[in-house]
Design a protein around this ligand. Structure first.
Ligand SMILES: Cc1ncc(C[n+]2csc(CCOP(=O)(O)OP(=O)(O)O)c2C)c(N)n1
Length: 672
């Protein structure tokens, strides 16, 4: 690559792009770790994107109608940090750049959405960013349909590398975006032919251009170091009605001794080589010093959108007050005022009717009353709509023809669905929920984990939550998935026992602003256990006394979901024998753990024997059985310690010993 030629062809562009390269080299050198090559290779593309296309205002990085820029190749985080610093971010300062990857710095190893505005999503696990971007683009389309072009009209730009495109999740994302014709989604592929182990050809021969075209994308191929070509490609992409992929042929670690090699992917810290690269660039200032004229040019880019932003604010202010409030309310993740009353009314009805209902159906009953009140929900399922009960009458279907539709047929793409949901939540203005079988939490998990890390309230509707699903057998019967979900920090795992608890769980999931929820719901019908209407949301305390012991309290049965009615039956049998038994329903362990000790002590006092009942593995239960004043000789667990089997559900509960009779026997054994 002849750098002199590049430099002379477009000197202004060159100096701006070189500022990114120089900052990257300096920050990685100072941290003695990081990834230099990707930012150095994509500096030209990013410079043109920010200078000529990206609608943003550095002074208002959370402007709702800004274009979104997503760095899917998150290891190249210095590209994003350089862009933010250079354009005038108040948060990503030069000190932050100097502290790249250090304790407390906003410039974490990989971009983290909650550390600074302008970081739209957390990336690093390859493929997640491009899959999030599908959700960003859906959110934009949905909101534009609802609030009009004057209020919502922006693009989603993504930089993705070979790694992002190799990850399986990218296939789900690309397929979905192509089908939904998300024309305002533009992916810039860093086509540098290098990964960590060597060239891409070591492990992949895919023709990415044909792959994207086959999925219905508009594809353009360019030299990723030619600013004129980059500009033209972006202009063409913005005009396309299809999502666009711009294949940018680049050189990783451009201008460095490690250029075009896998060594160039990682931390380039050798001082002599670093200086030689800077010299080749014609960059003469010391470490972390950006010449004033270049910084000013970048700040002017950061300022470019100020007028447009002010005009947008004026347009927002002109909206009728109710519409403006709706817009702002959804962005703030506030719930409509009518939500609590809506939930209470349903609870009352459910307690009075006392039907036997599967909680997946209960969930549908909740959504039927919530969706008309909460217009920002967007629901969906990974091809299990009829099983997950996620679609309600009023939603319509989101499609290229109907952007007002609020239900998404995600297809058989659990991972892509979860990532797209996260993208919608991150975009703002949308409350996403989506369903699949609880067992396929495994397929969605990397994105579920990121929802928790990113502090966003995606709601994962996971039905068929135990051996209770019956004949489909052990491939479909979750046993370890509750434990996995509960092991994830910042995640609410709800396993409601009936329609009332399901309504309470939904209320909590929809009220949450910073925590995702997993709703673990049954396929099989469950009797109503909450037959007495209580206005208060009892699930909010995580666990509560559902039935008090009569006479001397000798046993406490703690159960969740479908096993709460097992506990109630066991209690009846024990009480008949004069053994005072309390039943504690524990729909959400995390919320119970958050309660004050005094409350926890009231629910789980010392003394009586304790038996936990849940058709899943014991992991996670011992805090409630052995801890919290419990004692090993007086504690037991009724649940699963193997995979399930294919048979009718009732028989499975018998065979695996999850019954009232087994519970009674366990209590007697512990009472001695
Ligand atoms: C899911 C996931 N797997 C593995 C990694 C580790 N990793 C980080 S970068 C990278 C190579 C990616 O290659 P490419 O996208 O071409 O990046 P470039 O070499 O161009 O910087 C790998 C394997 C990761 N971050 N995420």
């Amino acid at each position: 690559m002849d750098l002199t030629e590049l430099r002379n062809a477009n000197p202004d562009h060159w100096s701006k792009a070189t500022a990114i390269r120089a900052l990257t080299l300096d920050a990685v050198h100072a941290a003695n770790s990081g990834h230099s090559g990707m930012p150095m290779g994509m500096a030209d593309v990013a410079t043109v994107l920010f200078e000529k296309h990206l609608k943003f205002d550095a002074a208002a990085p959370d402007w709702a109608d800004r274009d979104r820029f997503i760095l899917s190749a998150g290891h190249g985080s210095m590209l994003l940090y350089s862009l933010l610093y250079l354009t005038g971010s108040r948060e990503i300062t030069l000190d932050e750049i100097r502290n790249f990857r250090q304790w407390g710095a906003k410039t974490a190893g990989h971009p983290e959405n909650f550390l600074a505005k302008g970081i739209e999503t957390t990336t690093g696990p390859l493929g997640q960013g491009i899959a999030n971007s599908v959700g960003f683009a859906i959110a934009e389309e949905a909101q534009r349909a609802r609030f009009g072009k004057k209020i919502v009209d922006h693009h989603t730009y993504v930089i993705a590398g070979d790694g992002c495109l190799m990850e399986g999740i990218s296939h789900e994302a690309i397929g979905l975006a192509g089908r939904l014709q998300l024309g305002k989604l533009i992916v810039l592929w860093d086509n540098n032919n290098i990964t960590i182990d060597g060239t891409v050809a070591l492990s992949d021969n895919t023709n990415q251009v044909q792959r994207f075209k086959a999925a219905g994308w508009h594809v353009i191929e360019i030299d990723g170091h030619d600013p004129v070509a980059i500009d033209a490609a972006l202009t063409a992409a913005r005009k396309s009605r299809k999502p666009s992929m711009i294949a940018c042929k680049t050189h990783i670690a451009l201008g460095h001794a490690a250029q075009d090699t896998s060594k160039g992917h990682g931390a380039l810290t050798d001082e002599d080589q670093l200086n030689a690269a800077k010299q080749a660039y014609g960059w003469t200032t010391g470490p972390f010093v950006i010449p004033d004229d270049i910084k000013s040019a970048w700040e002017a880019i950061g300022n470019r959108g100020a007028t447009e932003r002010a005009a947008w604010e004026a347009r927002l202010a002109e909206l009728p007050e109710r519409r403006r409030d709706e817009f702002n309310r959804a962005y703030a993740f506030d719930v409509p005022k009518r939500l609590p009353a809506t939930i209470r009314a349903l609870k009352k009805q459910a307690s009075e009717a006392a039907q036997k209902v599967a909680t997946r159906k209960s969930s549908e009953m909740v959504l039927e009353v919530v969706n008309p009140v909460m217009k920002e929900t967007i629901g969906g399922s990974a091809d299990l709509t009829g099983s997950n009960n996620t679609k309600t009458g009023d939603l319509g279907v989101f499609s290229p023809e109907d952007r007002k539709g609020r239900y998404i047929y995600y297809g058989i793409r659990e991972h892509g669905m979860a990532a797209a949901m996260n993208g919608m939540a991150l975009h703002g203005g949308i409350r996403p929920y989506g369903g699949t079988f609880m067992c396929f939490t495994d397929y969605a998990r990397p994105s579920m984990r990121l929802a928790a890390l990113m502090k966003i309230p995606s709601v994962f509707v996971m039905t068929h939550d135990s051996i209770g699903l019956g004949e489909d057998g052990p491939t479909h019967q979750p046993v370890e998935h509750l434990a996995i979900s509960r092991a994830t920090p910042n995640t609410y795992v709800f396993r409601p026992a009936d329609t009332v608890e399901t309504a309470e769980a939904w209320e909590l999931a929809l009220t949450s602003k910073n925590t995702p929820s997993v709703l673990s719901l049954t396929r099989q019908g469950l009797p109503t256990v909450r037959t007495e209407h209580k206005q208060r949301n009892l699930t909010a305390q995580g666990a509560y006394v559902l039935a008090e012991a009569e006479g001397k309290r000798q046993a406490i049965l703690i159960a969740t979901g479908s096993e709460v009615s097992v506990a109630m039956k066991a209690r009846e049998m024990l009480q008949a024998d004069g053994i005072g038994t309390r039943v504690v329903s524990m729909p959400c362990m995390e919320l119970f753990a958050e309660q004050e000790e005094a409350y926890r002590k009231r629910v789980l006092p010392a003394g009586p024997v304790r038996v936990g009942i849940e058709a899943a593995v014991r992991q996670g239960w011992d805090r409630w059985l052995l801890g919290e004043r419990g004692r090993a000789p007086k504690a037991g667990f009724i649940g699963m310690d193997s995979f399930g089997a294919s048979a009718p559900a009732e028989e499975l509960f018998e065979k695996f010993g999850i019954t009232a009779e087994a519970t009674v026997a366990k209590v007697r054994e512990l009472l001695g």
